[in-house]
Write a protein that binds this ligand. Structure first.
Ligand SMILES: [Fe+2]
Ligand SMILES: [Fe+2]
Length: 331
């Protein structure tokens, strides 16, 4: 079957959200781009699953620290980016869900952009609590909509059969977050104008994970965020970062997934007084939409010298032959 590549987001302008004089959002009934007819026909007959890669908590740093001695986050990000670049089929888009730098300084963003260069046209960035709003917006000016709200960097990508809704709950100068009334209204209105299958991507996970010290420094008003998601069941997937571990749960009928860090992970220890960072391998997630459901994969990218594999190509060919011939899979 002929494979049709879907255009990358960088080839279209992000859709602006109009605002009324009173500051409320003036959203059209359908939140669609006006696309050339040939592209519209591609949308109507999208021939293969949508692959949404996710990276998070890259924490690019340029100073000596215990974290820096545990994991060289610049090297591990490069490793993950190389891995994503080599995937076949390639991801259509790469969500980057915050804490992309450790301190939010321009030099750290310069290193980040350099390391993301091989996948730059697919990156959809959102800030985390370690980012700094103005420097983040400047660093990603070419990838962000031009009309972001002044107080949060939330926006919509409408280029795919599934909508991508980025929700920024970070606060300037703070390591915790808020789902305040302005963000609640933005999300509610954004989700009310289109009932296509939707992914909400955000930094802080809106639920208790059991990692106590991370839960206590998370997003306030998480219950209202969960209630908003439950009111819009077309949100088939909500993805977050911040936890530096792969974690899954549900909110109503919505699959919720936290992506591991591309740098260090947090140790899986639910004792309420324990907390440790650990050099478990850098990771990423791949969310596959097949038109019916999302399936989330978690990948790790170890140092090449430690990786051992067995080529299963012959076995896969045999399975394929039996499958296509309708033969039973005997032991
Ligand atoms: Fe982080
Ligand atoms: Fe964070």
């Amino acid at each position: 079957m002929m494979r049709v590549r879907f255009p990358s987001p960088a080839r279209f302008e992000s859709r602006p959200l109009d605002r009324k004089p009173d500051g409320r959002y003036n959203l059209p009934r359908r939140h669609l781009l006006i696309l050339p007819p040939s592209v519209e026909s591609l949308l109507a007959t999208y021939p293969r699953p949508v692959l949404i890669a996710q990276i998070s908590d890259c924490h690019i740093r340029d100073h000596d620290s215990a974290f820096g001695r545990l994991v060289d986050t610049t090297e591990t990000l490069s490793r993950v980016v190389d891995h994503l670049s080599a995937l076949d089929p390639a991801p259509d888009v790469v969500l980057a869900t915050g804490d992309l730098t450790d301190d939010g300084t321009p030099p750290q963003y310069a290193v980040l952009r350099e390391k993301l260069a091989p996948i730059a046209e697919k990156v959809v960035p959102l800030p985390g609590n370690h980012d700094e709003g103005p420097a983040f917006r400047l660093a990603f000016a070419d990838l962000l909509p031009g009309d972001l709200a002044a107080d949060h960097c939330s926006y919509v990508i409408d280029h795919f059969p599934v909508r991508l809704v980025g929700l920024d709950t970070t606060l300037p100068g703070r390591h915790d977050g808020r789902f305040d009334p302005a963000r609640e209204e933005w999300l509610n209105q954004t989700l009310s104008v289109d009932d296509r299958p939707t992914v909400v991507f955000t930094h802080f996970p809106p639920f208790e994970t059991g990692l106590k010290f991370m839960d206590q420094g998370g997003v306030a008003d998480a219950d209202r965020l969960r209630a908003t998601i439950e009111r819009h069941p077309q949100v088939r997937l909500l993805v977050a970062g911040h936890l530096h571990r792969p974690v899954q749960t549900t909110i109503g009928a919505t699959l919720v997934s936290i992506c591991p860090s591309t740098g260090n992970q947090l140790n899986l220890d639910l004792h309420p007084q324990h907390a440790a960072a650990v050099n478990e391998p850098p990771g990423f997630q791949l969310h596959r939409w097949d038109g019916e459901r999302f399936v989330t994969h978690t990948g790790t990218v170890r140092e090449p010298s430690t990786v051992r594999t067995i080529d299963l190509g012959h076995f896969a060919a045999k399975v394929r032959h039996q499958y296509e011939a309708g033969e039973p899979f005997r032991k």
